[in-house]
Design a protein around this ligand. Structure first.
Ligand SMILES: Nc1ncnc2c1ncn2[C@@H]1O[C@H](COP(=O)(O)OP(=O)(O)OP(=O)(O)O)[C@@H](O)[C@H]1O
Length: 260
């Protein structure tokens, strides 16, 4: 069974069909990229899958669960986490607090515990704090727990957003343009880090990205969207030699570059 199965997904804004009848599947532990020109519908596709646009047509099944009409919080509770094209951190909170917020979904304390059993809650909070520090270390931000999120350099804010997403131990991690705003060296590091997340933590990853070196270098599969329609799908080699993809998006240069 596919980890994520999307059938006939359509999302309109007034008269504009932003996502048009898309079928899509990905397996567990795959890294899959969604590419296409600006305005093609990639972020809308992510927003629908992760529960931000409940009024759509089509079905989304994730890890055997029907996601129809679920809120982003309910979708996340099935362990689908995401980052955003424009980083969405709590800028005036500490880095470690940003991760703790992402973790609240996973804490088991209920209102009875909070009122009657403080001990369990205190233990959970201490464990959560330790885990948040571990996650900071994992993404390369060790020792930055007491810094305000807004004071981190841009590339580190992207890493913090990923650390917060990892806090829910996602079965599927959606990354919306993880390399946007990064220089080539940071982009290469991000590529290796995404592969490491899949290989070491076993998370499946679905990403949107315009950096073709990154996309071609890490994807098991690439899905190409143009004007809301899926125009191609396949391995990096298949996609980069697809004439329709070259015409709509890649151009001839990418087709002749070596896959990293
Ligand atoms: N909330 C919205 N209301 C109205 N139109 C929207 C909304 N969000 C997206 N659109 C439109 O839907 C289309 C697809 O936009 P989307 O942001 O999904 O594209 P994209 O492929 O992610 O683009 P980019 O690569 O530039 O981020 C665009 O024409 C956009 O203007």
């Amino acid at each position: 069974m596919a980890l994520l199965e999307v059938k006939g997904l359509t999302k309109t804004f007034g008269g504009l069909v932003a996502v048009n009848n898309i079928d899509f599947e990905m397996e567990d532990k795959q890294i899959v990229s969604v590419i296409g020109p600006n305005g093609a519908g990639k972020t809308t596709f992510f927003n629908v899958i992760s529960g931000y646009y409940p009024d759509h047509e089509g079905t989304i099944t994730f890890d055997g669960n029907n996601l129809k009409d679920l809120t982003p919080e309910r979708v996340a509770s099935y362990r689908m986490a995401r980052t955003f094209q424009n980083i969405k951190l709590f800028p005036n909170m500490l880095t470690v607090e940003n991760i703790l917020v992402g973790m609240h979904l996973h804490l088991n304390s209920n209102i009875f515990d909070i009122v009657c059993n403080r001990r369990r809650k205190i233990k959970e909070e201490a464990e959560a704090y330790e885990r948040a520090l571990e996650l900071l270390k994992y993404v390369g931000l060790e020792g930055k727990d007491n810094e305000l999120a807004k004071n981190l350099p841009y590339g580190e804010q992207r890493l913090l957003e990923i650390a917060r997403a990892l806090a829910i131990k996602p079965k599927l991690l959606l990354l919306d343009e993880p390399a946007a705003g990064l220089n080539p060296k940071e982009t290469e590091a991000m590529k290796n880090f995404i592969i490491k997340i899949r290989d070491e933590l076993g998370h499946s990853i679905l990403l949107i990205e315009h950096d073709m070196k990154l996309v071609m270098g890490l994807s098991d599969k690439i899905t190409v969207i143009n004007y809301g329609v899926k125009i191609a799908e396949g391995t990096p080699l298949e996609v980069k030699h697809n004439p329709e993809v070259i015409k709509a998006y890649l151009g001839e240069d990418t087709a002749t570059e070596e896959v990293a």
